[in-house]
Design a protein around this ligand. Structure first.
Ligand SMILES: NC(=O)c1ccc[n+]([C@@H]2O[C@H](COP(=O)([O-])OP(=O)(O)OC[C@H]3O[C@@H](n4cnc5c(N)ncnc54)[C@H](OP(=O)(O)O)[C@@H]3O)[C@@H](O)[C@H]2O)c1
Length: 252
Protein backbone atom coordinates (compact mmCIF):
# COMPACT_ATOMS: atom_id res chain seq x y z
CA UNK A 1 0.00 0.00 0.00
CA UNK A 2 1.31 3.49 -0.83
CA UNK A 3 1.74 5.41 2.47
CA UNK A 4 -0.46 8.49 2.79
CA UNK A 5 1.36 11.74 2.16
CA UNK A 6 1.70 14.06 5.12
CA UNK A 7 0.01 17.34 4.26
CA UNK A 8 2.14 20.23 5.45
CA UNK A 9 1.85 23.98 5.92
CA UNK A 10 5.06 26.02 6.09
CA UNK A 11 5.13 29.20 8.14
CA UNK A 12 7.91 31.67 7.26
CA UNK A 13 9.15 32.49 3.79
CA UNK A 14 12.37 34.33 4.54
CA UNK A 15 15.96 33.19 3.97
CA UNK A 16 15.41 29.82 5.65
CA UNK A 17 11.73 29.30 4.70
CA UNK A 18 12.42 29.64 0.95
CA UNK A 19 15.10 26.92 1.09
CA UNK A 20 12.85 24.70 3.24
CA UNK A 21 10.04 25.14 0.68
CA UNK A 22 12.39 23.87 -2.05
CA UNK A 23 12.97 20.64 -0.12
CA UNK A 24 9.44 19.99 1.17
CA UNK A 25 7.77 20.71 -2.18
CA UNK A 26 10.08 18.23 -3.95
CA UNK A 27 9.77 15.41 -1.38
CA UNK A 28 7.18 12.80 -2.45
CA UNK A 29 6.39 11.95 1.20
CA UNK A 30 4.82 15.38 1.69
CA UNK A 31 2.05 17.44 0.19
CA UNK A 32 3.11 21.05 0.82
CA UNK A 33 -0.34 22.66 0.76
CA UNK A 34 0.57 26.27 1.50
CA UNK A 35 3.26 28.63 2.69
CA UNK A 36 2.34 31.49 5.03
CA UNK A 37 4.23 34.66 5.81
CA UNK A 38 3.31 37.90 7.57
CA UNK A 39 2.00 39.63 4.48
CA UNK A 40 1.95 38.19 0.97
CA UNK A 41 2.73 40.65 -1.84
CA UNK A 42 -0.04 39.28 -3.98
CA UNK A 43 -2.59 36.58 -3.01
CA UNK A 44 -1.91 34.77 -6.30
CA UNK A 45 1.81 34.25 -5.40
CA UNK A 46 3.14 30.69 -5.60
CA UNK A 47 6.50 29.17 -4.68
CA UNK A 48 8.60 29.20 -7.91
CA UNK A 49 8.28 26.03 -9.99
CA UNK A 50 5.26 24.80 -7.98
CA UNK A 51 1.56 25.50 -7.45
CA UNK A 52 2.05 25.98 -3.70
CA UNK A 53 0.26 29.22 -2.74
CA UNK A 54 1.91 31.83 -0.51
CA UNK A 55 -0.60 33.44 1.81
CA UNK A 56 -0.38 36.36 4.22
CA UNK A 57 -1.41 35.72 7.82
CA UNK A 58 -2.50 39.35 8.21
CA UNK A 59 -5.19 38.77 5.59
CA UNK A 60 -5.93 35.08 6.30
CA UNK A 61 -5.59 34.30 10.03
CA UNK A 62 -4.77 30.76 11.20
CA UNK A 63 -8.32 29.48 11.99
CA UNK A 64 -9.45 30.47 8.47
CA UNK A 65 -6.30 29.06 6.87
CA UNK A 66 -6.48 25.72 8.73
CA UNK A 67 -10.20 25.49 7.85
CA UNK A 68 -9.71 26.32 4.17
CA UNK A 69 -6.66 24.10 3.58
CA UNK A 70 -6.39 21.51 6.39
CA UNK A 71 -2.94 20.12 7.18
CA UNK A 72 -1.49 17.24 9.21
CA UNK A 73 1.65 19.17 10.14
CA UNK A 74 2.94 22.72 10.48
CA UNK A 75 6.62 23.60 9.98
CA UNK A 76 7.58 26.91 11.59
CA UNK A 77 10.48 29.03 10.29
CA UNK A 78 8.94 32.41 11.16
CA UNK A 79 9.53 34.13 14.52
CA UNK A 80 9.13 33.36 18.21
CA UNK A 81 5.73 35.11 18.53
CA UNK A 82 3.93 32.97 15.93
CA UNK A 83 3.44 29.91 18.13
CA UNK A 84 1.13 31.95 20.35
CA UNK A 85 -0.98 32.88 17.31
CA UNK A 86 -1.47 29.34 15.94
CA UNK A 87 -0.86 27.16 19.02
CA UNK A 88 -4.42 26.82 20.34
CA UNK A 89 -5.86 26.19 16.88
CA UNK A 90 -3.16 23.58 16.15
CA UNK A 91 -3.85 21.93 19.51
CA UNK A 92 -7.61 21.77 18.82
CA UNK A 93 -7.03 20.22 15.41
CA UNK A 94 -4.22 17.86 16.54
CA UNK A 95 -1.80 19.37 14.02
CA UNK A 96 1.74 18.03 14.40
CA UNK A 97 4.30 20.83 14.87
CA UNK A 98 7.94 21.06 13.78
CA UNK A 99 9.32 24.35 15.04
CA UNK A 100 12.83 25.47 14.09
CA UNK A 101 12.65 28.79 15.94
CA UNK A 102 16.04 29.41 17.52
CA UNK A 103 15.13 32.18 19.94
CA UNK A 104 12.29 30.84 22.10
CA UNK A 105 12.20 32.14 25.66
CA UNK A 106 11.66 29.71 28.55
CA UNK A 107 7.96 30.68 28.66
CA UNK A 108 7.58 30.09 24.87
CA UNK A 109 9.09 26.64 25.38
CA UNK A 110 6.77 26.03 28.30
CA UNK A 111 3.83 26.79 25.99
CA UNK A 112 5.26 24.50 23.26
CA UNK A 113 5.58 21.70 25.86
CA UNK A 114 1.95 22.22 26.87
CA UNK A 115 0.91 21.71 23.22
CA UNK A 116 2.72 18.37 23.40
CA UNK A 117 -0.01 17.11 25.76
CA UNK A 118 -2.46 17.21 22.85
CA UNK A 119 -0.37 16.63 19.74
CA UNK A 120 3.18 15.84 18.58
CA UNK A 121 5.60 18.73 18.91
CA UNK A 122 9.27 19.03 18.01
CA UNK A 123 11.29 22.16 18.81
CA UNK A 124 14.85 22.34 17.59
CA UNK A 125 16.99 25.50 17.69
CA UNK A 126 19.33 23.69 15.31
CA UNK A 127 17.54 21.57 12.79
CA UNK A 128 20.27 20.27 10.50
CA UNK A 129 20.60 16.51 10.57
CA UNK A 130 24.41 16.67 10.39
CA UNK A 131 24.98 18.98 13.36
CA UNK A 132 22.55 17.04 15.52
CA UNK A 133 24.28 13.80 14.62
CA UNK A 134 27.68 15.36 15.35
CA UNK A 135 26.49 16.48 18.80
CA UNK A 136 25.16 13.02 19.70
CA UNK A 137 28.36 11.34 18.43
CA UNK A 138 30.58 13.83 20.31
CA UNK A 139 28.57 13.31 23.50
CA UNK A 140 29.05 9.57 23.21
CA UNK A 141 32.81 9.84 22.62
CA UNK A 142 33.17 12.25 25.55
CA UNK A 143 31.49 9.64 27.75
CA UNK A 144 33.71 6.84 26.43
CA UNK A 145 36.94 8.85 26.68
CA UNK A 146 36.60 11.56 29.35
CA UNK A 147 40.43 11.76 29.50
CA UNK A 148 40.78 13.02 25.88
CA UNK A 149 41.48 16.74 25.30
CA UNK A 150 38.59 18.46 23.53
CA UNK A 151 38.81 21.52 21.28
CA UNK A 152 36.00 23.06 19.20
CA UNK A 153 36.77 24.88 15.97
CA UNK A 154 34.17 26.96 14.17
CA UNK A 155 34.66 28.82 10.88
CA UNK A 156 32.20 31.27 9.33
CA UNK A 157 31.97 34.10 6.78
CA UNK A 158 33.94 37.28 7.51
CA UNK A 159 30.90 39.36 8.63
CA UNK A 160 29.72 37.00 11.41
CA UNK A 161 30.78 38.85 14.55
CA UNK A 162 29.60 36.61 17.38
CA UNK A 163 30.80 33.14 18.41
CA UNK A 164 28.60 30.51 16.77
CA UNK A 165 25.61 29.51 18.93
CA UNK A 166 26.06 25.93 17.71
CA UNK A 167 29.69 25.91 18.94
CA UNK A 168 28.53 27.19 22.34
CA UNK A 169 25.86 24.49 22.44
CA UNK A 170 28.49 21.82 21.63
CA UNK A 171 30.75 23.15 24.42
CA UNK A 172 27.85 23.12 26.88
CA UNK A 173 26.80 19.59 25.87
CA UNK A 174 30.36 18.29 26.26
CA UNK A 175 30.83 20.21 29.51
CA UNK A 176 33.96 22.02 28.29
CA UNK A 177 34.83 25.67 28.90
CA UNK A 178 33.90 28.32 26.30
CA UNK A 179 37.65 29.09 25.95
CA UNK A 180 38.03 25.76 24.20
CA UNK A 181 36.21 27.27 21.18
CA UNK A 182 38.37 28.74 18.40
CA UNK A 183 36.57 30.97 15.89
CA UNK A 184 37.96 31.77 12.44
CA UNK A 185 36.36 34.36 10.16
CA UNK A 186 37.23 34.00 6.49
CA UNK A 187 35.63 34.97 3.19
CA UNK A 188 32.25 33.37 2.61
CA UNK A 189 32.36 30.14 4.65
CA UNK A 190 28.70 29.19 5.32
CA UNK A 191 29.45 27.20 8.48
CA UNK A 192 32.11 24.75 9.65
CA UNK A 193 32.08 23.07 13.07
CA UNK A 194 34.72 20.64 14.18
CA UNK A 195 35.14 18.83 17.48
CA UNK A 196 38.68 17.54 17.97
CA UNK A 197 39.36 14.80 20.52
CA UNK A 198 43.06 14.57 21.36
CA UNK A 199 44.02 11.13 22.73
CA UNK A 200 47.63 10.32 23.69
CA UNK A 201 48.19 8.16 20.61
CA UNK A 202 45.42 9.16 18.22
CA UNK A 203 43.19 12.07 17.21
CA UNK A 204 39.49 11.96 16.35
CA UNK A 205 37.91 14.83 14.40
CA UNK A 206 34.15 15.15 13.97
CA UNK A 207 33.43 17.72 11.27
CA UNK A 208 30.28 19.27 9.86
CA UNK A 209 30.18 21.60 6.84
CA UNK A 210 27.10 23.60 5.92
CA UNK A 211 26.76 23.98 2.17
CA UNK A 212 23.29 25.41 1.59
CA UNK A 213 20.25 26.50 3.64
CA UNK A 214 18.36 23.58 2.06
CA UNK A 215 19.96 21.53 4.87
CA UNK A 216 17.31 23.10 7.16
CA UNK A 217 14.67 21.58 4.88
CA UNK A 218 16.30 18.15 5.00
CA UNK A 219 16.25 18.37 8.81
CA UNK A 220 12.59 19.47 8.86
CA UNK A 221 11.68 16.60 6.49
CA UNK A 222 13.49 14.11 8.74
CA UNK A 223 11.70 15.52 11.80
CA UNK A 224 8.29 15.31 10.09
CA UNK A 225 8.78 11.71 9.01
CA UNK A 226 10.05 10.61 12.43
CA UNK A 227 7.49 12.56 14.42
CA UNK A 228 4.69 10.97 12.39
CA UNK A 229 5.73 7.61 13.89
CA UNK A 230 5.81 8.94 17.50
CA UNK A 231 3.04 9.21 20.06
CA UNK A 232 1.75 12.51 21.39
CA UNK A 233 4.38 14.49 23.24
CA UNK A 234 7.14 17.07 23.15
CA UNK A 235 10.38 16.00 21.44
CA UNK A 236 13.85 17.35 20.74
CA UNK A 237 15.91 16.43 17.70
CA UNK A 238 18.07 14.24 19.99
CA UNK A 239 14.98 12.25 20.98
CA UNK A 240 14.30 11.44 17.31
CA UNK A 241 17.90 10.46 16.59
CA UNK A 242 18.16 8.36 19.74
CA UNK A 243 14.97 6.46 18.80
CA UNK A 244 16.67 5.32 15.61
CA UNK A 245 19.98 4.54 17.33
CA UNK A 246 18.26 2.47 20.03
CA UNK A 247 16.31 0.49 17.41
CA UNK A 248 19.50 -0.01 15.40
CA UNK A 249 21.55 -1.16 18.42
CA UNK A 250 18.85 -3.56 19.58
CA UNK A 251 18.63 -4.98 16.03
CA UNK A 252 15.06 -3.64 15.61
N1 LIG B 1 16.62 25.70 13.82
C1 LIG B 1 17.43 26.05 12.82
O1 LIG B 1 18.37 25.34 12.47
C2 LIG B 1 17.13 27.30 12.07
C3 LIG B 1 17.77 27.58 10.86
C4 LIG B 1 17.45 28.75 10.19
C5 LIG B 1 16.50 29.62 10.71
N2 LIG B 1 15.91 29.32 11.90
C6 LIG B 1 14.90 30.20 12.49
O2 LIG B 1 13.88 30.43 11.52
C7 LIG B 1 13.35 31.74 11.71
C8 LIG B 1 13.41 32.48 10.38
O3 LIG B 1 14.75 32.72 9.99
P1 LIG B 1 15.08 33.49 8.63
O4 LIG B 1 16.53 33.68 8.59
O5 LIG B 1 14.41 32.82 7.49
O6 LIG B 1 14.34 34.91 8.92
P2 LIG B 1 13.74 35.94 7.91
O7 LIG B 1 14.51 35.91 6.63
O8 LIG B 1 13.61 37.22 8.66
O9 LIG B 1 12.25 35.39 7.58
C9 LIG B 1 11.23 35.32 8.54
C10 LIG B 1 9.96 34.88 7.84
O10 LIG B 1 8.95 34.63 8.80
C11 LIG B 1 7.78 35.42 8.55
N3 LIG B 1 7.22 35.83 9.84
C12 LIG B 1 7.85 36.41 10.87
N4 LIG B 1 7.00 36.60 11.88
C13 LIG B 1 5.80 36.13 11.48
C14 LIG B 1 4.51 36.05 12.08
N5 LIG B 1 4.31 36.51 13.32
N6 LIG B 1 3.51 35.48 11.37
C15 LIG B 1 3.72 35.02 10.11
N7 LIG B 1 4.91 35.07 9.49
C16 LIG B 1 5.94 35.63 10.17
C17 LIG B 1 8.26 36.59 7.73
O11 LIG B 1 7.16 37.09 6.97
P3 LIG B 1 7.34 38.28 5.88
O12 LIG B 1 8.16 37.66 4.77
O13 LIG B 1 5.93 38.61 5.45
O14 LIG B 1 8.03 39.37 6.62
C18 LIG B 1 9.37 35.94 6.89
O15 LIG B 1 8.81 35.32 5.75
C19 LIG B 1 14.18 32.38 12.83
O16 LIG B 1 13.48 32.21 14.05
C20 LIG B 1 15.44 31.56 12.87
O17 LIG B 1 16.00 31.51 14.16
C21 LIG B 1 16.22 28.20 12.57
Amino acid sequence: MVPKKISVGLLGYGKAGKAVANILSADPRFDLRWIARRSANDESDVHPGTNVPIVGIERTPFPALFGRAPIDALVDFSSRESIHAYGDEARKRGIMLVSAISAYSESDLEYARSLGQHTRVLCSPNITLGINFLIVAAKLLRKIAPFADVEILEQHFREKSEVSGTARKIAETLDVEGERITSLRLGGIVGHHEVIFGFPHQTVRLTHESIRREAFGTGAAFALSQLAACGMGFYTFDDLLLRIMRAELSGG
